[in-house]
Design a protein around this ligand. Structure first.
Ligand code: SF4
Length: 441
């Protein structure tokens, strides 16, 4: 580890200070997620699962030389001076990240390093997400399975983003951290087959291929896409009309094959019953940021078309439809500290989000979070925002687990395994940070 007389890297500082409460794997994962990764030369012919740009870019940098190259969807870190147990991390390209993945000729493998002050320190060995046989196949209509139904989380989650444009953008009220529509336009430039709207037939055909594949380890699927505003509709469909059609067809054909998760706006009980009856098992209706002022500023579409109080009421109502702990709203952790609207103080930001976590957990809701990737193509990115500090993420990890323990909640369903060396969820470390004693191991 890099320590010299003048400099202690903050990663080592936080591992030393909090490593007994939160495992080093989770702390390193958060540090890499928040800052992204730069890559040296990557053999473009190599057999690994490349980024599918399944919904957002999840890249800090998105210029031509980034999106035209193949980078792994995820990496797994092992070994190294921290004795890392396998830690799966979503790849977010940032050319100026202190983290670099470089090919090592001697071991004929990739390693990850971090600039700590002036030193480039070895952090661990790197595996690239494995290419699954089904990703290379085509649906009956000739669409690529990688585009129609890519898998992430090391193959655990089938990601069905069936509408990759969000109507909030057309209204100028998109969430300030979101780059969905610019990602679509960007991808379209380099991949003419990248689709905005998918068909039920293609989804069913892609799922059949995955279901039959010997190397599939998928345990869940997420059905999602951009918001459809009920007053506007999409080709005559409300949001619920649109997504229920997919859900019914999938559950009709594959009932019980995978855990079904649906990510849509906050809906009335009547609409939620339609989702439930169509086969939705877990309902995600993402809250993004707790503080009232920040919610209105950072999520102006959600605020305008549904409203913060109503969004909260609908989340609570959803528990009576889907059951306890099956309503899982997401927070985009870190945007509370973004400029110009956010908190200036780390503890204030953590306390604000903790208030929301506490509130939801006390009502049988299972809030979770993803680590904010400050894409330069999002509104917050264009305002010059960079990542939130590591201290914030370490404190939030501890807070989430403290509250989760306080309310005696189960491990969330639909997120694969929990604990260091096992977790598959790749966009925050809350699943990695479960302690073995909490998992009865
Ligand atoms: S609701 Fe917000 S986060 Fe979701 S796609 Fe639309 S703008 Fe993006």
């Amino acid at each position: 580890m890099s320590k010299n007389n003048e400099y202690t890297d903050e990663l080592d500082f936080f591992i030393e200070k909090y490593g007994r409460d939160i495992n080093p794997e989770a702390i390193i994962k958060e540090d890499i997620l928040r800052q992204g990764i730069s890559f040296g030369d990557v053999d473009q012919e190599e057999n690994f699962s490349g980024k599918s740009y399944f919904i957002f870019s999840f890249n800090v940098d998105n210029d031509g030389d980034v999106i035209n190259k193949k980078y792994p969807e995820e990496i797994a870190l092992i070994n190294g001076p921290y004795n890392l147990r396998r830690t799966i991390i979503s790849v977010r390209i940032n050319k100026t990240s202190p983290y670099s993945v470089l090919y090592d000729k001697e071991s004929k493998g990739y390693k990850i390093y971090k600039y700590k002050g002036k030193d480039l320190d070895y952090i661990g060995d790197v595996l690239f997400s494995p290419e699954k046989s089904y990703m290379l196949k085509k649906t009956e209509s000739g669409k690529s399975v990688r585009d129609a139904a890519p898998t992430i989380e090391w193959g655990y989650l089938i990601y069905l983003a069936v509408f990759r444009m969000c109507q909030y953008f057309e209204d100028g009220s998109e969430c300030a951290f979101c780059d969905m529509n610019s990602n679509y336009l960007n991808q379209k430039k380099s991949n003419k087959n990248y689709s905005a709207v998918k068909s039920v037939e293609d989804i069913l055909s892609a799922l059949s291929i995955i279901s039959d594949a010997d190397d599939s380890n998928a345990g869940a699927y997420t059905l999602t896409g951009g918001s459809i505003i009920d007053e506007i509709k999409f080709k005559g469909d409300t949001e619920i009309d649109f997504y229920v059609r997919f859900l019914e067809a999938i559950e009709d054909k594959f009932k019980g094959r995978w855990i079904s998760k649906v990510v849509v706006q906050a809906h009335t009980k009547e609409n939620l019953m339609r989702l439930k009856n169509a086969g939705a098992y877990i309902y995600h209706t993402n809250f993004e940021v707790w503080d009232k002022n920040l919610f209105d500023k950072i999520c102006p579409g959600k605020s305008k078309f549904i409203g913060r109080d109503e969004w909260i009421n609908r989340i609570i109502d959803a528990v009576s439809v889907f059951g306890e702990y099956k309503v899982i709203p997401n927070f985009v952790a870190g945007v509370e500290l973004s400029k110009p609207y956010g908190f200036a103080d780390i503890d204030e930001a953590v306390n604000s989000t903790a208030e929301g976590l506490d509130f939801f957990m006390s009502k049988g809701v299972m809030p979770r979070y993803t680590t904010w990737c400050p894409e330069k193509t999002s509104r917050l990115g264009k305002m010059g925002n960079t990542s939130a500090p590591l201290e914030y993420y370490v404190k939030l990890l501890m807070k989430w687990h403290e509250l989760h323990y306080k309310y005696g909640l189960p491990v969330p369903e639909g997120y694969g395994e929990a604990g260091a060396g096992k977790a598959e969820f790749s966009v925050s470390a809350f699943m990695d940070a479960f302690k073995s004693e909490d998992l009865n191991l």
